[in-house]
Every structure is written in structure tokens, then in C-alpha cells.
Design a protein. Structure first.
Length: 495
């Protein structure tokens, strides 16, 4: 078992991350510990409020969100009841036995793992001691649980860990960690191109870096192997290919291509038929990937800098072969697969947005003022998109920043009036979206950016600058009550 403890400031964001996985059929709720209702009977607001009320008892503690991931070896047999017991034992062991928490089982990787969301503020308003918690409490608890429940050990000479491979356990990966994962692919898998080899490594959170074309590293045909986290952030120091025991240099890797192609040919039709069978199952993209994983085939999608998919690689663990999608057939290229599954993906994202927008409205304190509301929504992952029709009337949509704008949900008349009263225009929402992407990159809405005070200040500045844009406001049907409210706000600011 591998445990990773993440300490942050955004309880809502942690819950949204897990609930989004649920909406995409990549996770499901297992337990709402110390909640008044069972998990299945709770809405988003109830899940959040139980923890947020505790956190609010100690407002000076900013980092009050505890988000824990427990990952297990692929050979561990774990039903839902056993995972509940393990989670409770773990929380007791690290000193959170009296805390309420939400437990989710994720199905988006080949290995079983759960996520836990809680707070470090107890019912008395005291902060639970967190200093060195990974070493002092988590590690001893993990070792005891492994022994008591008969789990594969996360350390030791006989621990054959192949799940995300020891880069998520709270410590910096060592040269031995990286070397072991690289050797596993080189010695046990068949591939016929460097891109296939790299895709298999990416499943293990390892990157084979050749540098950019024209760089000295590229010209000398060198490779550095790097450990990265789930969002691609480098962890620890890169190591040279020549320093690894079996020397997986570029020349050594290329020598394996011909042999790999012969072995792959034996299983090509078998693998392609499994993928085609799943493709015809009527699933969306996430369901397609999850179903293949159940059949011991992982899917690695290559994306351009703007997030668009441009290639797909399938790693069959059953036959230890790695295939480019297009090599298995034109119908299994990323373009064909995306086209086939796109309508399902739209449906999934639209359902997600519809569900959580209602919860978002319920938890929003509109008395804070429009700029604060707008900033808080962005903090929680949601964006407003506005546009004009042929008559220049302005309309609004709302959705999570990780979903396509086409799957944002139209807001009702009352919320539209709220936006118009605050003079929110397409120019302003476009500015916000562009600036967020420029300042924080692609990962702000995918959990890849920690929401620190600096990030919140940056978001606030973007919103303030956007609302200062001078443009011709052409909104219609603004209620007199909302206009009065807007004028009152303006007068108060002038005072």
C-alpha cells in the first residue's frame, strides 16, 4: 500500500475533483464517515458543509483541507467493504479517527486506489498536529495495515510494485526507483518504436527525455529518465540512461525494435479485436478507457500543447505488447476513436455540469459581491461563458473549466439577470478565460495547480481587470430590483 497525504486550502476543490470522477464513471462513493446520512443520500452541499463548518471554527488556519490517496498493488484483492475497513484503520492510525471524512474508490488506473477528503480542524476548533505526519504516523500505520490485511508491501526486496510507481507516496523517487521501472519495460515488454516505449513508461510516471531537436542531448542521442507526478511535474533528479544497470540508451532501445515487432505481430489481431469489441459497447471515452483497463489494456493518449489528442497507444499487460492505435487498424487511430466516442463524451460532461452547477448555486454566498463570487467560482473550478446572438442579446453558460465550452449549461433567467445587472459581457468572460490560461497553464482546472494565496490573488486580479474593461453593455430584460442593487453597490464604492 502506498499513502500520499496532500495538505491544501480548498476543501470544495478536493470534493469537486472526486465528484467529477464520479460523474465520469471513474470513481464512486464508498463511505461518508461521521455524516448524518449515508454517502448515497448526500448532495454536494451536504458533503462540503460538514467539513467546511469544522474548518470555519479556526479561520486563521488556511491549510485546512486534507486529501489522501491510498494506492494498492494490482494483486491485492480488495472489495468495497475491505477498503472501508482499511480507510477507517488508516484514519485512526494517523490521528483522524474522530474526524468526518468522505471516501471514494477510483477506477481510473489499473491498480485499486481510494481518495479520502477531510479537514484537520476538529469539533473543538483545534488543529490536528500535522508536522512530519507522513514519517511519524502514516508510515507505521501503512506497515501495520499491510501486515494485518495481508497486502503487498510497498517496500522491501520482494515488493513488486508496478502502480504509478512509487512517485505518489510523498517522497522523492530515487535512482533505484526510476531504474527499476525502466528495466521493467525494457526487459518484459515488446515495442517497435521509441514512442511506444515512452508511452509505457508514462504509465509508470516516468518520462524518457531526449531533449529538443537541435539540443546537444538530442544530437548525441542521449536519454535522461525522469520521474513525474500525475500532472507531468518533474520529481527528483533525472538520471542518465548509461547509468542504469542494463543501460537502456537510445541505441539499446532501437536494437529491440525488430524483435519486438515480431512478437507483437503474434498478438496484433487478438489485441485489436478486444479494443474493437469495447469500442462497440456504447461507452464514452472514459468508459472506453476503464473497460479496456479491466481487460488489462491501458490507453495512453498523446496531446498537443493546446490539449488536443494527436495519437493513442495501447499497452496490453496480458501479452506484454505495446501498439500504436493506427498500427492496429485505421478504425483504431485516435481520430477514428474520438469521432466514435465524442457524442458520449459530450453527454458525460453535460451531465456533470448540470449536476454540479445546481450545487454550486446552493453554496454560493451572493452577498459577498459579484467580483468575489466570480473569483470563488473560478477557485472551485467553474467558468462563466457569455455570447451574443444575432440580435446582440447576451446569454450566459456555466461549466467546469475542464469541460468543453459546448457542454456548459445555459443559466436560468434569474441568474442571467444577475450577470447582466453586474454588466458581465462576452469581452469580459473571454478576457478571464484567456488570462487564466496564460498565467496558470492548462492544469488549473485539472487539479494541477495548488490554490495558494498567491493563486487566489492572481485570480482576483484577473477578475478585477476584466470587470474594468470598458465596453458597450447591451443586456436586456434587467429587473428593476437587480438594477437598484447594482446602483447601491456602485454608490457604496464611491463613498
Amino acid at each position: 500500500m502506498v499513502a500520499r497525504i496532500m495538505i491544501g486550502e480548498n476543501i470544495s476543490g478536493a470534493i469537486v475533483y472526486n465528484e467529477r470522477k464520479v460523474a465520469e464513471s471513474q470513481a464512486y462513493g464508498l463511505l461518508a464517515q461521521s455524516y448524518p446520512e449515508d454517502f448515497c443520500n448526500l448532495n454536494f452541499s451536504q458533503k462540503l458543509n460538514r467539513l467546511q463548518r469544522l474548518a470555519d471554527l479556526r479561520p486563521r488556519t488556511k491549510k485546512n483541507c486534507i486529501h489522501i490517496a491510498l494506492s494498492f498493488h494490482k494483486d491485492d484483492v480488495l472489495d468495497d467493504d475491505l477498503l472501508r475497513r482499511i480507510a477507517i484503520e488508516y484514519m485512526v492510525g494517523i490521528g483522524f479517527g474522530e474526524q468526518p471524512f468522505l471516501l471514494y474508490r477510483h477506477t481510473d488506473t489499473y491498480n485499486p486506489h481510494v481518495h479520502i477528503v477531510t479537514t484537520c480542524i476538529d469539533m473543538h476548533g483545534d488543529r490536528i498536529y500535522l508536522h512530519d505526519i507522513a514519517k511519524l504516523k502514516s508510515e507505521p500505520t501503512r506497515e501495520r495495515i499491510e501486515k494485518d490485511f495481508g497486502l503487498v508491501r510497498a517496500r522491501g526486496r520482494n515488493a513488486e510494485l508496478s502502480y504509478e510507481l512509487d512517485v505518489s507516496n510523498g517522497r522523492v523517487p530515487t535512482k533505484a526507483d526510476i531504474s527499476k521501472k525502466v528495466r521493467d519495460i525494457v526487459e518484459n515488454y515488446s515495442f517497435s518504436s521509441f514512442s511506444e516505449f515512452s508511452a509505457a513508461l508514462r504509465l509508470k510516471n516516468i518520462v524518457a527525455d531526449r531533449g529538443k531537436e537541435g539540443d546537444l542531448l538530442f544530437k548525441r542521442r542521449g536519454i535522461y529518465y525522469k520521474a513525474v507526478d500525475g500532472m507531468g511535474k518533474e520529481l527528483g533528479k533525472p538520471i542518465k540512461a548509461s547509468s542504469i544497470y542494463n543501460k537502456p540508451t537510445l541505441s539499446r532501445i532501437e536494437e529491440l525494435f525488430a524483435k519486438g515487432e515480431k512478437i507483437k505481430e503474434k498478438f496484433r489481431n487478438r489485441t485489436a479485436n478486444i479494443i474493437r469489441e469495447v469500442l462497440k459497447s456504447g461507452l464514452d471515452m472514459n468508459g472506453f478507457i476503464n473497460e479496456l483497463r479491466k481487460r488489462k489494456i491501458d490507453t495512453v493518449i498523446a496531446r498537443s500543447l493546446d490539449g488536443k489528442p494527436h495519437g493513442v497507444t495501447f499497452v496490453s499487460h496480458d501479452v506484454a505488447c505495446i501498439y500504436k492505435g493506427s498500427d492496429l487498424g485505421r478504425d483504431l487511430s485516435i481520430g477514428s476513436i474520438t469521432k466514435h466516442l465524442l457524442s458520449k463524451q459530450h453527454s458525460s460532461e453535460a451531465t456533470y455540469n448540470k449536476r454540479f452547477i445546481n450545487d454550486l448555486f446552493e453554496t454560493t454566498d451572493f452577498s459577498k459581491g459579484f467580483k468575489t463570487v466570480y473569483k470563488d467560482w473560478i477557485r472551485d473550478g467553474f467558468l462563466v461563458h457569455s455570447y451574443k446572438d444575432e440580435s446582440d442579446s447576451i446569454f450566459y453558460k456555466l461549466g467546469h473549466g475542464s469541460t468543453q465550452v459546448g457542454n456548459f449549461q445555459n443559466v436560468g433567467s434569474k441568474m442571467s439577470e444577475y450577470f447582466r445587472a453586474n454588466q458581465l459581457t462576452p469581452e469580459k468572460t473571454t478576457y478571464v478565460q484567456e488570462q487564466l490560461k496564460e498565467q496558470f497553464g492548462e492544469y488549473l482546472f485539472f487539479g494541477g495547480v495548488q490554490i495558494t494565496d498567491a493563486v487566489l490573488n492572481g485570480i482576483g486580479a484577473i477578475v478585477t481587470n476584466a470587470m474594468a474593461i470598458e465596453d458597450e453593455f447591451t443586456g436586456t430584460s434587467i429587473s428593476s430590483e437587480l438594477l437598484k442593487e447594482a446602483r447601491k453597490k456602485s454608490r457604496k464604492k464611491r463613498k
